[in-house]
Design a protein around this ligand. Sequence first.
Ligand code: HEC
Length: 129
Amino acid sequence: MKERMRNAGGFPLVATGALGILSAWVSYLGVRDYWDSSTPNVPEIVATNVLLPYEEVHIPDGPNRVVFQTSCVICHSPRLIFGQPTISEAKWLEVVNKMVATYGAPIEPEDERKIVAYLVSVQADRGDR
Ligand code: HEC
């Protein structure tokens, strides 16, 4: 009786083991190309230089150009300024005051006047665009 039970339990054990070895073999067959190859199957990475276009915005010549350049392009592009429609000296003064009072531009009152003079002269030079 004892013998029979041992034999009866032995077969499923052997069958499970054989199945395990068989499935390990089958899964090895599936991945052996990756296992055996010495160079990993990874695409080659090539370094590339990309040159992005850079366009220097032209700051026209005029009186007080330097003070304008050091005061007015630290927060935004001069394009924002030169893209404005033709406006009066009083309006430019308002704009410059707004940059100082509202946005905290570090500009001395004396330089504000110089900048306004520059903006008005540059605007006159460009004509009626
Ligand atoms: C401290 C930062 C700062 C400085 C310095 C500065 N600006 Fe501005 N400016 C701004 C901000 C912020 C705006 C609003 C931008 C927006 O609306 O996208 C602006 C907008 C403008 C505009 C668009 C119209 C408007 O009224 O919003 C003009 C024109 C302008 N600035 C001119 C000037 C001039 C001229 C100077 C030099 C006197 C100057 N800015 C200096 C911050 C600054």
